[in-house]
Design a protein around this ligand. Structure first.
Ligand code: EPU
Length: 337
């Protein structure tokens, strides 16, 4: 693996702020990894594993080695009349995996269409959208420990998935590099159409018996309408998580704000952070080149020259408004470095 020094990674992360990494390399061949990592000196650490950098906010230059994942391959490892199990290399672009599966008629991930990122990053934050999460189809994750250089397979239960959470984001944060992910898809999928406007969109298109292809099409339309394309406008998707609060706290809020947007949640009540932020009048606001997207206030954007610090400062102001008005602390969904 060829290591370059003092490289700008501005083009390699979707918020597109200026960042220099001390060392940079790309992993295209899994076999190169172990000799490469064992040859690295202390000076090369810490290591940051990156797909397309669609969930990171850099607030300073990176002092160690960025490894950009580019290993490829989707292999069928098991087939039954009802299911197909595939093993996907971490460097595959997530939406290409969705497209491939939809083209084959394998269902389960069509609601996760158009989520930016690569396969390897998907389990870390248990990507989710439109009523589906990656954990619904994930069998296991094959990863390498970056110090001990041992390979380990984490079955689904060991991944400790939660809402935008996994063991890789918590107790094992930064310790493992994900190489491959195994997914189990269905040949007779049960479509998930209950989230938001999916059903309405389908009927507006005159589709009465939708296929997974139709669902992919409709989800893609909704996303394109609401969420900015990072190629056109720097962003990292939802900047904050939707907060989950206690039921008694929710009841009090509901008295003051009967129109508050909420969903049932096993741990209380989940609120739409987008609604909280919009109600604090942040939608469409801008501080220099750091902004709150006009169509979706949960997405912070870089209009061109914003620095990571400026985006972080904007996020802090939003958090302050939400806490002083509602008493709710918004937690970032992106990784802040
Ligand atoms: N809303 C507003 N104002 C707005 C936009 C939305 O008040 O300008 C309210 C609406 O009431 C709407 C609700 O917020 O019904 C929820 O909005 P949306 O359906 O767009 O979903 P979200 O909760 O804001 C989550 C994920 C998205 C995912 C969508 C669809 C999180 C943090 N975000 O957003 O994921 O695409 O649901 O499932 O859970 C991401 O993680 O980067 C991401 C984009």
């Amino acid at each position: 693996m060829n290591v370059r020094e003092n490289i700008s990674i501005q083009p390699y992360h979707t918020l597109g702020t200026k960042v220099i990494t001390r060392y940079f390399t790309e992993l295209t061949n899994e076999e190169d990894l172990l000799p490469f990592v064992s040859a690295l000196s202390k000076d090369h650490k810490p290591m940051l594993i990156m797909g397309v950098g669609s969930n990171i906010l850099f607030t300073k230059d990176f002092p160690g080695t960025v490894i950009r994942m580019n290993n490829k391959g989707i292999i069928v490892i098991n087939e039954t009349p009802d299911h197909v199990t595939i093993r996907v290399a971490a460097g595959e672009v997530w939406d290409d995996v969705v497209q491939f599966c939809v083209d084959q008629g394998w269902g389960g991930i069509e609601n996760l269409s158009l989520i930016p990122g690569k396969m390897g990053a998907a389990p870390i934050q248990n990507i989710g959208a439109y009523g589906v999460e990656l954990r619904d189809v994930l069998c296991d994750v094959e990863a390498v420990h970056l110090e001990r250089l041992e390979k380990r397979t984490f079955v689904r239960e060991e991944c400790q998935f939660g809402y935008r959470e996994s063991i890789f984001k918590n107790i094992l944060r930064g310790q493992y590099l994900i190489l491959n992910v195994t997914l189990r898809l269905s040949r007779n999928p049960e479509l998930k159409l209950d989230y938001g406007s999916i059903r309405n969109e389908l009927s507006a298109l005159g589709i009465n018996s939708p296929t997974i292809k139709d669902v992919r099409e409709v989800v893609s339309r909704i996303r394109r309408r609401k969420l900015p394309d990072p190629v056109e406008l720097g962003n990292a998707g939802s900047f904050f998580k939707n907060p989950v609060i206690r039921v008694d706290q929710f009841k009090k809020l509901k008295q003051d704000y009967p129109e508050i947007v909420s969903y049932p949640d096993p741990n209380g009540v989940k609120l739409a952070a987008a609604w909280l932020i919009e109600t604090c009048n942040w939608k469409g606001k801008r501080k220099g080149d750091a902004g709150v997207h006009p169509a979706h206030p949960l997405v912070l954007v870089n209009y061109g020259k914003a620095t990571g610090r400026e985006i972080l400062d904007l996020a802090s102001l939003i958090r302050q408004s939400v806490i002083s008005r509602f008493g709710i602390l918004l937690e970032p969904e992106v990784n802040i470095l």
